[in-house]
Ligand binder design. Sequence first.
Ligand code: PHE
Ligand code: ZN
Ligand code: ZN
Ligand code: ZN
Length: 285
Amino acid sequence: VIYNHMQGNLSGTLGQPSEHHVATFGISDTDAEPFIKKLQTGETVDASAYIDAIVENIGTTNVIAQTKGGDPKNCVMLGGHSDSVAEGPGINDDGSGSLTLLEIATHLTKYTVNNCVRFAWWAGEEEGLLGSDYYVSQLSEEENMKIRLFMDYDMLASPNYAYQVYNATNAVNPAGSEELRDLYTGFYKAHGQNHTYIPFDGRSDYDAFIRNGIPGGGIATGAEGVKTEKEAAMFGGRAGEWFDHCYHQLCDTVNNLNLEAWELNAKLVAHSVATYAVSFKGFPE
Ligand code: PHE
Ligand code: ZN
Ligand code: ZN
Ligand code: ZN
């Protein structure tokens, strides 16, 4: 958020945050004032000095957990984000995903696995995918190769939901997994449900994975997109309204969940884990 703001208003090299830090505005306008005055008079401003003056860096932490069993060289990884926007509690976005992962991790302890299963609860997603970006960036080539697949679970219970599947047929993102996409669409069909496709638009934590050659995908139930008449016919709900009318707002509380969608999607997540914990048959080596 802040880096976009800065790029819009300042010259100088800002780039992306390379450290695993969440950047927030300082409270004090007086810190920014001298810099803004300079900008208004057309003077050049040292961008990094401006950042130092008004930004407070806060360290954040991804939580990563991996099965003790299973081939540690062949892992299926899945993630949701544990942060919310500052504006609200983030129960659908992404309490729905992170809690689903927690529940499945707990149940998984009762089973043995062939492939290792690695869970991630990402930090700083809402500040620009900071946690997942950092995580992928610090993997050695060897560690990168161990992650055979990444599955993104962000917003699973939108109140005016659609069953959305990231579509791997997207030349910009060759690592979008067609096998995973087909697992999802097959699951929805087997449960008598429709689905739609959404593009990999870089707005969730799969992004760093597919940009770094790790096959990935995921599902979602919709954010600030508007449901069409056709989608209302496919999924029920209200055409002309956001999938999640409390998206990034104070009202994203426990009352902002469609429990039917959450239950089916929790089963889908469990199915995806169960499938790839057993075998990567049919996957690219
Ligand atoms: N990742 C977005 C968020 O956390 C939500 C989103 C996901 C929007 C996928 C569009 C597509 O706010
Ligand atoms: Zn969000
Ligand atoms: Zn989210
Ligand atoms: Zn509404």
